[in-house]
Design a protein around this ligand. Structure first.
Ligand code: COA
Length: 203
């Protein structure tokens, strides 16, 4: 089991920030490769996406091993930059990507003031299955001043679903996704949530 500490992406060095962006791009490569198959292009297109003050990073010593966006009803942790998309993915795919991402990430979330929403959970490939994602989320649930924690997971991502269930998240409802069906491998996204304190578990 890897022992982690938590940091804000905005507090990291430039080299560490680049590591976080690589974790993000390589973890979601399967979903992003429609836009471009080259990782360097993807890194360019998504360079300004992660809103560093809202990204929490799990560190193994000085090394970033996982990340998660913490969004509220005021701000999303991901903000698509049209210029970066067009210059890295070209006119057509740049626009397709921009409008798709805007639809997914462009609107503030319809959640209450007491809810924190986790998005784009990702663990560095070499550090997976060592409890990192579970520890990272549990750490935030303990330390962040919210009553409810929520996230979305797609129906084709059984691994992520089981991680979230293991740490107390439960399915609330499902939503059909045309973006997932056309460009990716899923047809529904599953909304899961958990209270800060699980009933019957001593604090
Ligand atoms: C989903 C993801 C974030 C999980 O990260 P992770 O750090 O490997 O997660 P954990 O280690 O906490 O849990 C993963 C599994 O490892 C197991 N595990 C935890 N500690 C372990 C250990 N010491 N030894 C062996 N297995 C262990 C967990 O039981 C869990 O098993 P399960 O899937 O059968 O429940 C990671 O696979 C990832 O980045 N995937 C790509 C991006 C993605 O899909 N993100 C989620 C979008 S909603």
């Amino acid at each position: 089991m890897t022992e982690i500490t938590m940091a804000k992406m905005s507090q990291l060095s430039e080299t560490q920030k680049e590591e976080v962006r690589k974790i993000f791009v390589t973890s979601y490569y399967k979903d992003m490769k429609t836009l471009h198959r080259d990782t360097e292009r993807l890194l360019g297109g998504f360079r300004r996406l992660l809103q560093e003050d809202l990204i929490r990073v799990a560190m193994d010593g000085d090394r970033p091993v996982a990340m998660v966006g913490c969004s509220t009803n005021k701000r999303r942790a991901m903000e698509v930059n049209k210029e970066d998309f067009l210059s890295n993915f070209g006119f057509i795919w740049g626009h397709v990507g921009y409008f798709s991402f805007r639809k997914e990430y462009g609107e503030p979330l319809a959640i209450d003031d007491d809810t924190l929403y986790f998005e784009c959970v990702a663990t560095n490939e070499a550090d997976r299955r060592q409890g990192v994602a579970g520890q990272m989320l549990l750490n935030l649930i303990e330390t962040e001043p919210y009553k409810t924690f929520a996230l979305d997971v797609v129906d084709s991502n059984g691994r992520a679903q089981s991680v979230y269930e293991r740490i107390g998240f439960r399915e609330m409802h499902r939503k059909k996704s045309w973006i997932g069906k056309i460009f990716m491998d899923y047809s529904e996204s599953i909304w899961m949530s958990r209270p800060k304190h699980l009933p019957g578990v001593p604090e």
